[in-house]
Design a protein around this ligand. Structure first.
Ligand code: F0G
Length: 368
């Protein structure tokens, strides 16, 4: 089961999402498991954000930035790469706004696969580009956006012996659904609402699948309402038509024609949820709120969950649940780590002052 060679890992040690949730995943005894011990991420109680909503609300942050490559993509990638190995693939390919490529590159390194990454020119956060390159993926930029890059890799994987590991690959969704399982296992129930950013729409598809399966297995007795958020300049699902030139500072979700559009609409409809848009300034405000008040550093796209939650609260969406005897649980997926995009972080704060190397100079500025 484990890929640890002759060294046997202690039985109870954590071995990643496939090992923990194999019962619910399409793997066989022959599947070679390529894992970096992804998953098992914290569900952090957000005290300040909860207080904005009211006494009977508890908001939890599913901090997916603590996965091995710093994003939720690792859950799906362990499945996609393990199945690619099982099927005898020698190479994998993906288009990416950055996190998929970082994850594909790392798991390919672990699994001895060639990894080809096609990215939109100039639209990838620095940390993510560094990851793909340092794991020795073949990184190629195209003159176009993510949607153009995705159609290129689709065409290549249809015609050449390379496996596509974007979330169109069903094994990616299978792996990613484990985040919903973890949340329910931790809370010992399903949340009432689940907020998450929506880009190519794989993750909302995966969470909804996970919640529905746990419900079918009677592990939970209710289902959450799925609340998805796109960036205003890249909100095809909200608008109802593809966006030719998507725009947003949240580069991870700068997508104009999501591959899992239909599934996202299904999740919205079945869960009686919604998919709304949030502006870049709302995203940045939520980004700062998370770092300054909750101590959690995420990349801008991840902050769309919180921006959306706060906008709904302001618009009165939760009013009918307030001052209720029942306690409402809201989970928000924070999809990627803040260190992925250091440039945005630095841009959003003041440059530190430079003083002489003397205690009194530091004391004065620090107002000690
Ligand atoms: N948040 C982050 C940090 C992401 O990297 C992505 C997607 C999303 C949210 C949206 O998730 O696409 O499943 O709706 N990033 C992809 C990539 C597109 O190439 O890394 P989604």
């Amino acid at each position: 089961m484990s890929n640890s060679g002759k060294f046997k890992l202690p039985n109870k040690s954590y071995k990643g999402v496939i090992d923990r949730y194999k019962k619910y995943l399409p793997i066989t005894k022959c599947t070679p498991i390529i894992s970096l011990q992804e998953g098992d991420t914290p569900l952090i109680y957000a005290e300040k954000i909860s207080s904005f909503l009211g006494k009977n609300f508890k908001v939890f942050l599913k901090y997916e930035g603590l996965n091995p490559t710093g994003s939720f993509k690792d859950r799906g990638m362990t499945m996609a790469i393990s199945k690619a190995k099982e099927e005898g693939a020698k190479a994998v390919i993906c288009a990416s706004t950055g996190n998929t490529s970082a994850s594909a590159a790392a798991f390919s390194a672990k699994g001895n696969l060639k990894c080809i990454v096609v990215i939109p020119k100039g639209a990838i956060a620095l940390g993510k580009l560094a990851q793909a390159l340092i794991h020795k993926a073949v990184v190629i930029a195209v003159k176009g956006n993510f949607d153009d890059a995705l159609s290129v890799v689709r065409e290549i994987s249809d015609n050449y012996p390379v496996k596509l590991v974007n979330s169109i690959n069903p094994y990616r969704i299978e792996g990613q659904k484990t985040a919903a399982f973890e949340i329910c296992d931790y809370l010992k129930r399903a949340p009432d609402f689940h907020c998450l950013p929506v880009g190519n729409a794989g993750n909302i598809t995966a969470y909804w699948k996970g919640y529905k399966e746990y419900y079918a297995y009677k592990k939970i007795s209710s289902l959450p309402q799925m609340l998805g958020f796109q960036a205003k300049g890249s909100a095809p699902i909200v608008k109802g038509y593809p966006i030719a030139k998507p725009k947003t500072i949240a580069t991870a979700i700068k997508i104009g024609n999501p591959a899992s559009w239909k599934q996202a609409l299904g999740a919205k409809k079945e869960s009686k949820g919604l998919i709304n848009a949030v502006s870049d300034s709302q995203i940045l405000a939520a980004y700062k709120l998370l770092t300054e008040r909750e101590g959690v550093f995420v990349e801008p796209a991840s902050a769309a969950s919180i921006a959306g939650l706060l906008a709904l609260n302001r618009d009165g969406f939760f009013n009918k649940f307030k001052n209720n005897k029942k306690e409402f649980i809201i989970t928000c997926t924070l999809t990627g780590h803040g260190l992925k995009d250091p440039q945005i972080a630095i841009k959003s704060v003041k440059t530190p002052p430079l003083v002489s190397a003397k205690a009194e100079a530091v004391v004065k500025i620090a107002k000690i």
